[in-house]
Design a binder for this molecule. Structure first.
Ligand code: NAP
Ligand code: ZN
Length: 356
């Protein structure tokens, strides 16, 4: 039987060189376990830009048209008959995933992000409607309740939206590697992910240093909670910190020299990559073997950990610093993102889609 659908407004790109533009998409009518959400805000992640421009073609080719967006915050409008966790009116959120097989060993360990059958919020096969999944640059979305998160009611909704990707992607590895008091943590790149890493590092009690290519972000970095700021274009400045960090989280979206940061790690120090530049990075063996250093990676976080992170943010009043924009400014925002010109996350006010 054909699933029943309804029409939703959205912004999509038709090809890797096309701008995002207004369109209409089909969403499924909620099934038994589905939650329909009116999207109020959606953050703009650099992954949206990588995907829209098909920069990850080797690992995750983009299918067009693409509707990006995986930092979704909104309000429940309808629920299926078997939904137990949510009711209309609840403030909720959706991140990078909308489904997984729930049975594989990774799902059983609450690591849905590593499920071989995981469905991404956009640009994954849509098992209900065929075609591809469509993300949060839209006025509504329908998601299985397991992949819907509860937003703490004390948080500003626009600032909470980016927690669903920038937040969990930095929280998860910092928890995994037990960041806490007495540790020296470096954050490379002060963008959407980086500024969240600073806030979490501070909240976990670590000493936080920011490495930025943008001298004009120095004061903000301190205000966000950093203990020190190093302008990373200056190689001599970097060298002063050689061998002194326990943990470095690298959030850079473009090609850069990670060797310079590996050399800042103490013995047994760990550099975790969360930034995902399209090009391979050069890693000299000696940067790792001298000092028994580790180079690691991390991808978002599981659903249970995402709820834990949101609850932590509610308790500590942590949100992203956002610049709220109407969706009509989304293409301009992408150009600014490429110039590291955002403080520190764009959040689209989805009310602006009503006039399309
Ligand atoms: P963003 O807001 O654009 O921040 C990236 C920051 O990197 C910039 O603000 C800039 O910081 C720095 N940077 C940019 N170009 C640089 C260059 N050429 N050399 C050195 N530094 C540079 O992006 P984002 O949304 O935080 O995302 C960052 C990366 O993480 C992207 O690649 C994204 O796809 C990836 N990501 C991964 C996951 C995951 O699960 N692992 C999840 C989300 C995003 P300064 O101005 O301070 O230098
Ligand atoms: Zn993201």
């Amino acid at each position: 039987m054909q699933p029943t659908t309804y029409k939703a407004k959205a912004f999509s790109a038709a090809s890797e060189t096309s701008p995002l533009a207004s369109t209409t998409i089909a969403r499924r009518e909620p099934n038994e376990r589905d939650v329909q959400i009116e999207i109020l805000f959606c953050g703009i992640c650099h992954s949206d830009l990588h995907s829209v421009r098909n920069e990850w073609s080797e690992f995750m080719a983009t299918n067009y048209p693409i509707v990006p967006g995986h930092e979704i915050a909104g309000r429940v409008t309808r629920v299926g008959s078997a939904v137990t966790k949510y009711k209309p009116g609840d403030l909720v959120a959706v991140g990078c995933m909308v489904d997984s097989d729930r049975t594989c060993p990774n799902c059983q360990r609450d690591l849905e992000q590593f499920c071989p059958n995981m469905t991404l919020t956009f640009n994954s096969a849509d098992k209900y409607l065929g075609g591809r999944t469509y993300g949060g640059y839209s006025d509504s979305i329908v998601v299985d309740e397991h992949f819907v998160l509860r937003l703490p009611s004390n948080l500003d909704i626009s600032g909470a939206a980016p927690l669903l990707c920038a937040g969990i992607t930095t929280y998860s590895p910092m928890r995994h590697w037990h960041i806490g008091k007495g540790m020296r943590v470096g954050v490379v790149g002060l963008g959407g992910l980086g500024h969240m890493a600073v806030k979490f590092g501070r909240a976990f009690g670590a000493h936080v240093a920011v490495f930025t290519t943008s001298p004009n972000k120095k004061e903000d970095a301190l205000r966000l909670g950093a203990d020190e700021v190093v302008v990373s274009r200056n190689a001599d400045e970097l060298k002063k910190h050689a061998g002194s960090f326990d943990f470095i989280i690298d959030t850079v979206s473009a090609d850069h020299d990670i060797n310079a940061y590996l050399n800042l790690l103490a013995i047994d120090g760990n550099l975790t990559l969360v930034g995902a530049p399209a090009e391979p990075l050069d890693v000299p063996a000696f940067s790792l073997i001298m000092g028994r250093r580790r180079l690691a990676g991390s991808a978002i976080g599981g659903i249970a950990e995402t709820q834990e992170m949101l609850d932590f943010c509610g308790k500590h009043n942590i949100t992203a610093d956002v610049e709220v924009i109407p969706i009509q400014k989304v293409n301009e925002a992408y150009e600014r993102l490429l110039k590291s010109d955002v403080k520190y996350r764009f959040a689209i006010d989805m009310a602006s889609l009503k006039s399309e």
